[in-house]
Design a protein around this ligand. Structure first.
Ligand SMILES: Cc1ncc(COP(=O)(O)O)c(C=O)c1O
Length: 405
């Protein structure tokens, strides 16, 4: 049979992944969400499990995926435009909500223009190839997200190199070495690094790009993936640029599938570049966009985010993050501190991390084990993600449970 040999090989590969501790295994199947009547966070029902769970592993930092107005905007739009996009935009035509969303995202980031894609992953992999010439060097933070790594691979630049995590001296060394060898340099970084909740010194990073720009024929430009920053970070949710006070990042990529509670990705930058991407970017030209109803839902999320309500959600999120971090420290745990709602509880041992995650699940709390080889041995942690839906009561329950482990 044609697939017999391949089946044997992939089963062997799966066994190897299991032996190395890298198998992700069975996924939880969510069968329902119960909104609470007492003001606490919603609880999740899981197939095969009794009771309902407190979710501390969601990227929906503001809880907007359950917001009634967002859901209603999506429903009304699907009444009007149907469910799927029909085809890619240059063939089928662009729906009004796509255009409106792009305008609103560009305004939100104070950039000239925006292109939306089906996901942030597709955005990142979609932008490198068109923007990479045969004489380009791409410099990337060593802990950048997988979409950046694969985007660079697909772009096949003349040169690629990684600089040490957040280390601007390391980046400057690479820029110095590149002078005379390349015409164009792209510096790419995550905004908030999702495993750790840390972020780059953007004024320094953008400053280095400006400093070395004149040394290269096409200059040095910066790209940042702020998928975990936008809507979660900064007083008005503008992410890492807001927190660091640096607005000179040339292309900002983000997702609508995390804090905005919907789906899809986008890039904001100058208008000439977005025009060029629409003409040349494979993931834009050959892959469907998000649906019109998704675009309508994202418009509503953005409207909520960029209002007093959004700001009060962000302020509550920040307060809850601080409360949880302090709570963990008070019961004797080590955390990677910072204002971002990703709160890594450092355990430093794979078995112990998995044991604690299992114990939390037995006590109806969902959190994520980050273990070797995803992180180096000794850096194993549990990643808790705080949401604006969490209350002190929810977090007290989590802290008491952890304390009794
Ligand atoms: C930094 C970063 N970029 C991109 C993505 C992918 O986002 P999307 O689901 O929209 O493709 C993620 C999600 O895990 C991420 O953490």
């Amino acid at each position: 049979m044609p697939l017999d040999k391949l089946e044997e090989k992939v089963k062997k590969n799966l066994n190897e992944l299991e032996e190395e501790g890298r198998l992700k295994g069975e996924e939880l199947v969510i069968t329902g969400i119960e909104k609470s009547s007492d003001g606490n966070a919603p609880r999740y029902r899981i197939e095969g499990e009794d009771g309902a769970f407190l979710k501390m592993n969601s990227n929906s930092y503001l809880g907007l995926h359950l917001n009634e107005e967002v859901v209603q905007a999506e429903e009304e739009s699907s009444e009007r435009y149907g469910s799927g996009p029909g085809a890619v935009r240059f063939i089928h035509g662009t729906y009004k909500p796509h255009v409106e969303l792009e305008e609103k995202l560009a305004d939100f980031h104070d950039k000239e223009s925006c292109v939306i894609y089906s996901s942030a992953y597709a955005t990142m992999t979609g932008i490198f190839r068109p923007l990479t010439s045969g004489e380009t060097l791409i410099l990337s933070d060593e802990l950048n997200h997988n979409c950046i790594i694969n985007g660079i691979r697909m772009a096949k630049p003349k040169g690629k190199d990684i600089y040490s995590h957040l280390d601007m001296d390391s980046l400057e060394e690479k820029l110095q070495d590149a002078v005379g060898n390349y015409e164009r340099v792209i510096v790419v970084t995550d905004g908030v690094f999702s495993m750790r909740g840390d972020y780059p010194d953007l004024p320094k990073l953008a400053g280095l790009a400006r400093k070395y720009d004149s040394e290269f024929e096409d200059g040095v430009f910066t790209v940042m993936d702020d998928s975990h920053g936008v809507g979660a970070y900064g007083e008005t949710g503008r992410g890492t640029t807001e927190v660091t006070g640096e607005d000179g990042i040339d292309l900002i990529v983000s997702t609508m599938g995390k804090a905005l509670g919907v789906n899809g990705g986008y890039v904001v930058t100058r208008k000439a570049i977005t025009r060029y991407l629409r003409e040349t970017s494979p993931f834009y030209i050959y892959s469907n966009p998000i649906t019109a109803p998704e675009a309508s839902a994202a418009i509503k999320s953005l409207e909520i985010l960029d209002s007093d309500r959004g700001r009060s959600k962000l302020s509550h999120l920040s307060e809850m993050t601080n409360y949880f971090e302090e709570g963990l420290k008070n019961i004797g745990h080590e955390v990677i501190e910072g204002p971002h709602p990703v709160v890594p509880l450092m355990i430093g041992d794979t078995k112990e991390t998995k044991r604690l995650v299992k114990y939390l699940k037995e006590n109806k709390i969902l959190a994520t084990a980050i273990v070797y080889p995803v992180v180096p041995q000794g850096d194993e942690s549990i990643r808790f993600q705080i949401s604006a839906d969490h209350t002190r009561e929810d977090l007290d329950y989590a802290l008491e449970t952890i304390d009794q482990f």
